[in-house]
Design a protein around this ligand. Structure first.
Ligand code: NOJ
Length: 567
């Protein structure tokens, strides 16, 4: 057994301050925000697809869980070609999900419960069924209608080839050729995602004023802010030069040259304008950027004090399960964000990545798959869950904001046995099945083991089938069981809140290569979080109280892949 003096001595411990405390700041500096994927949370009308009334009815569950806010993935009118990230009307509610007054009720009820509400804003592209795009198709090349999107003549002798070599993030070409109103083959339009998601032209003033108006529409309805989709993609490099580097938006671009479609300096002007819009409303409204940008100091540009309040920290999500990698990600994140006085946020799962209870059960250090199919190497479920619980125990100790993705509090694994016929992610179809895509992390929630569709809704056909294993993981199976993942999350969130860890200072504690340890100090209280990545158990000091442990019964020793909070 590794004999480590967890209290620390001059020989074994070198405390290094990584991050200073930030007491009494705005709510978004330390909030825990729960992501709801409306299709899959709760289905009140029994049509197999979750909806806004379903969400409203289940909000007390979130209150009891102990989060501060919810972020709702898009619920606007949409042909659902990308599960709602293809918006055809930014000022309404998709009938599948309810009506506009259901959104008002959801916002009001959340506020009554003390939960803030962020909604998703999708500014990089509209649906091809949006009135603007339909007008652009009817209009002539060079018209004002086409200027709101990125239309170009094709290359080749007859314009029969795409204007450049860009590929779609979902696979295939990033350009689609239109048929002109007179029936002849015509121009091409850019879509960094599906062909049903044409990119807007953010150099166009009408696009800019329209989105400021959309922000006001939802701010007037009382939302506390926005999660901004593809925040690093709005502006493309002048001339749309060819690009032969990697295009997968979900991989950080690393030290390579910046691709011409991502992270162009011009995006920041847009966010400064939006910042002013939000600041003109009372009550600390906030925006969080979905910006897959590296290195961390480039990402930090998005959270300067006149832009976003937060940005997702994907470096932490992507870090392999090794003490050194996680420590580096944590150090770099604080260094970059503290330099611009922005909170660091932490996230392990969302609707675009393999759930961390499965991801962490894959071999360490291998590339992260985009979905898992039945013929792919399968995650080790028990190992994945164990590491996921330890990872969350680490994450929720870290000062700053944190994001949870629905169902991770149940330890839900990725669904890896979905038949191809039910897969809906455009990635699956655009790559001819080479990439399984994101359906496996989007399965409807299990609430009650013995109810129809595990309590998701009355309909017996949820839009994606729920794996049988989800029954034993249902909320009603875990509630009150101290060993359950749900009760672990509740405990972590309660202690985090009681001790204000989100506002705390962070110092590293050196306990050896395979152990990650930090002191988090808030006011007069210090909590030590320790994660053991090594094969040998770590001896815990007898004189410290265990506040929370990621596994039950750790009895004086911290086994491998386990985390603990000590006081
Ligand atoms: C990022 C969203 O999170 C993802 O789900 C979506 O497919 C793309 N942006 C395109 O909107």
């Amino acid at each position: 057994m590794q004999d480590i003096n967890v209290q620390g001595t001059a020989e074994t411990t070198t405390d290094v301050q990584v991050h200073d405390a930030h007491p009494g700041g705005e709510w978004w500096r330390s909030a825990v925000i729960y992501q709801i994927y409306p299709r899959s949370w709760a289905d009140a009308d029994g049509n197999g697809i979750g909806d806004l009334p379903g969400i409203t009815a289940r909000l007390p569950y979130l209150k009891a869980l102990g989060v501060d806010a919810v972020w709702l993935s898009p619920f606007y009118p949409s042909p659902q070609a990308d599960a709602g990230y293809d918006v055809s009307d930014y000022r309404g509610v998709e009938p599948l999900f309810g009506r506009l007054d259901d959104a008002d009720t959801l916002i009001a009820r959340s506020h009554e419960l003390g939960l803030r509400v962020l909604v998703d804003l999708v500014p990089n592209h509209t649906s091809d069924e949006h009135a603007w795009f339909q007008a652009a198709l009817r209009a002539a090349p060079g018209s004002a209608e086409r200027e709101r999107y990125i239309f170009r003549d094709g290359s080749g002798a007859h314009g029969e080839l795409p204007p450049n070599n860009w590929e779609s993030v979902f696979g295939g070409a990033a350009w689609t050729r239109v048929t002109e109103p007179d029936g002849t083959p015509g121009q091409w339009y850019l879509h960094l995602f599906d062909s049903k998601q044409p990119d807007l032209n953010w150099q166009n003033p009408q696009v800019r004023s329209e989105f400021e108006d959309i922000l006001r529409f939802w701010l007037d309805r009382g939302v506390d802010g926005f999660r901004v989709d593809v925040a690093h993609g709005l502006i493309k490099a002048d001339g749309l030069p060819d690009w032969s580097g990697p295009l997968n938006m979900l991989e950080l671009s690393g030290d390579q040259t910046r691709p011409p479609m991502w992270d162009q300096d011009g995006v920041h002007e847009v966010y400064r304008d939006w910042h002013r819009v939000l600041a003109s409303y009372p009550g600390e409204r906030a925006m969080v950027a979905e910006a897959w940008v590296q290195p961390a100091d480039r990402a930090a540009l998005y959270v300067r004090d006149d832009e976003f309040q937060q940005a997702f920290n994907f470096e932490f999500l992507q870090a392999p399960w090794r003490a050194r990698d996680l420590a580096d990600a944590i150090d770099r994140s604080y260094l970059a964000n503290d330099a611009v006085d922005a909170p660091t946020t932490w996230v392990l799962s969302n609707h675009d990545v393999v759930r961390h209870a499965s991801r962490l059960g894959l071999p360490v250090g291998e590339p992260r798959p985009n979905g898992i199919g039945v013929d792919d190497p399968q995650p080790d479920a028990a190992l994945g869950l164990r590491r996921a619980r330890a990872a969350t125990t680490l994450m929720l100790a870290l000062p700053g904001g944190a994001y949870l993705y629905q169902g991770e509090e149940l330890g839900l694994p990725e669904a890896t046995a979905l038949p191809d016929e039910v897969r809906q992610d455009p990635t699956f179809h655009r790559t001819a099945g080479r990439e399984k895509g994101r359906d496996g992390c989007r399965i409807p929630m299990p609430w009650e083991k013995d109810a129809t569709s595990y309590g998701f809704g009355e309909g017996d056909q949820p839009w994606l089938p729920q794996p049988e294993a989800y029954g034993d993981l249902a909320v009603d199976q875990q509630e009150g069981d101290p060993a359950s993942t749900l009760e672990l999350y509740r405990r972590l969130l309660r202690v985090r809140r009681d001790l204000d860890l989100g506002e705390g200072a962070l110092a590293t504690v050196d306990l050896g290569d395979d152990v990650l340890a930090y002191d988090v100090t808030s006011g007069s209280q210090t909590v030590r979080v320790i994660v053991n990545f090594g094969a040998q158990p770590v001896q815990l000091p007898a004189d410290r109280e265990v506040l929370v442990a990621s596994e039950p019964d750790i009895a004086g020793q911290l086994p491998t892949d386990t985390a603990v909070w000590l006081q």
